[in-house]
Design a protein around this ligand. Structure first.
Ligand SMILES: [Zn+2]
Ligand SMILES: [Zn+2]
Length: 116
C-alpha cells in the first residue's frame, strides 16, 4: 500500500491530510488524533471517501483508503466503493439490491493505480 500524502507543516499541530480521492485537505487536530485509534475510519467531508487509520503515534500517522462511502439511491443502504471498483468505471453495483449506480466526481481520479 502506498502511503498517502501527509504534511506536517502547521505550528498548531494540525495534521493536514490530502484526500486521495478528491484532493480536499482534511485537517486533524491533536484532539482529533488522540480520539482516533488504529482501525478507526475517517470520512472525507467532501467526497465521503473512507480512510482507515493504520498508524497513530506521535508524528507517526498513516491512513489507508478503504473506499468511498456511498448511499444507494435505490435502497438507501450505505456501502463502500473501493478503488478496485472505480478502476472498472464510474458505474458500480449496489451490494444490497444490485442496482447500477453511476458515480459522480468533480475531479477525475489521479494517477497512482499502478497495477502493472
Ligand atoms: Zn475526498
Ligand atoms: Zn441498493
Amino acid at each position: 500500500m502506498r502511503p498517502l500524502g501527509l504534511n506536517y507543516n502547521d505550528p498548531m499541530s494540525i495534521l493536514e491530510i490530502e484526500c486521495p480521492v478528491c484532493g480536499e485537505t482534511l485537517e486533524l487536530t491533536d484532539d482529533d488524533r488522540s480520539e482516533l485509534q488504529v482501525g478507526d475510519a475517517i470520512v472525507c467531508e467532501s467526497c465521503n471517501a473512507e480512510m482507515e487509520v493504520t498508524r497513530n503515534g506521535g508524528d507517526d500517522f498513516d491512513l489507508e483508503l478503504l473506499g468511498i462511502l456511498t448511499t444507494c439511491p435505490n435502497c438507501g443502504e450505505e456501502f463502500d466503493v473501493t478503488e478496485e471498483m472505480l478502476e472498472q468505471g464510474n458505474t458500480v453495483s449496489c451490494p444490497h439490491c444490485q442496482a447500477r449506480i453511476e458515480l459522480e466526481f468533480e475531479d477525475s481520479p489521479g494517477p497512482g493505480n499502478a497495477s502493472a
